[in-house]
Design a protein around this ligand. Structure first.
Ligand SMILES: Nc1ncnc2c1ncn2[C@@H]1O[C@H](COP(=O)(O)OP(=O)(O)OP(=O)(O)O)[C@@H](O)[C@H]1O
Length: 263
């Protein structure tokens, strides 16, 4: 009966597709976090309101409508963290300051890392894995990591195996936290990274690995971890972690992901 009154135009189809795309993006953003349960709850609540309205159940629809009326404010409060993460990702991907620097326009500097830096990282990771020295290395891609670098100690030094090893040496003053590599330089050490709240991460992975995953979700950077407990090397990108990788595997990941930057 109801369907007989529904007319579907081209714009309605575009509208539905856009809403589907939006919902998919929201799902991708909060997938694996506790926020997904809240989102599903709110979505069901909204569907119920649409249903009771369509069935002309006046009393129930006006009660639910009161909640829906303040729904946007409630959404902002409930998804405060996710909205912040989303805006941060959007802002750092399309950072205006970064796009209009002279370096970018005239390509004076490379964004990521080159072959020499890859060799230095591989050497350091190999030694640190053998000696079970914990390490957390962030490699910038397009996102601006300056705000993360400022949580630690700005270094701005040439990347070398010995520098990386001495930073992560157990009793060294800068060993805690992460190092950030950007523009072929070791930009900063002892940096604090955002920790992922993904509930699907195995319990065996502690804060170092969660911080690596969190950083790769918040930015487009790639992260290498060396476990202090096991000496295992992991490679993290786009919120996904590859655990227990070998040095040749790490080389092929780095060369593959930063191929555009190798000279
Ligand atoms: N948010 C963070 N940002 C940067 N570094 C962090 C963060 N959280 C933890 N770390 C680093 O990770 C170190 C070890 O943390 P933890 O033992 O919980 O990690 P893990 O994943 O179990 O790693 P490991 O296998 O090396 O023990 C900390 O001492 C610190 O240097």
């Amino acid at each position: 009966m109801i369907l007989a009154f529904i007319t579907l135009g081209l714009f309605d189809i575009i509208d539905i597709l856009l809403v589907a795309l939006l919902l998919y993006q929201v799902y991708m953003l909060i997938r694996g976090t506790v926020a997904i349960n809240i989102f599903v709850g709110l979505f069901l609540f909204y569907l119920m309101w649409l249903l009771v309205r369509a069935l002309n159940m006046e009393l129930l629809s006006s009660i639910l409508g009161q909640f829906i009326g303040v729904g946007v404010i409630a959404l902002i409060i409930v998804f405060q963290q996710e909205i912040r993460k989303f805006l941060l990702l959007l802002g750092s991907k399309y950072n205006i300051n970064q796009k209009f620097t002279l370096e970018n326009w005239f390509a004076f500097e490379d964004r990521g890392i080159r072959e020499k830096e890859i060799v230095a990282i591989l050497g350091a990771c190999e030694h640190m894995a053998k000696s079970k020295t914990g390490a957390l290395i962030v490699i910038a891609k397009n996102s601006d990591l300056q705000s993360y670098a400022e949580t630690g100690q700005i270094v701005k030094a040439r990347v070398s195996t010995s520098l990386l090893e001495s930073i992560f040496f157990k009793n060294a003053p800068l060993h805690d936290g992460a190092v950030i590599l950007a523009n072929n330089r070791l930009l900063a050490a002892r940096c604090i990274l955002p920790v992922s709240d993904n509930t699907n991460i195995p319990g065996s992975l502690g804060l170092r690995h969660r911080a690596a995953i969190g950083m790769s979700q918040a930015t487009d950077s790639h992260v290498i971890t060396v476990s202090e407990e096991t000496g295992n090397i992991s490679y993290v990108m786009g919120g996904k972690i590859k655990v227990r990788i070998s040095i040749p595997e790490l080389r092929s990941f780095l060369e593959g992901d930063f191929a555009g930057f190798i000279h």
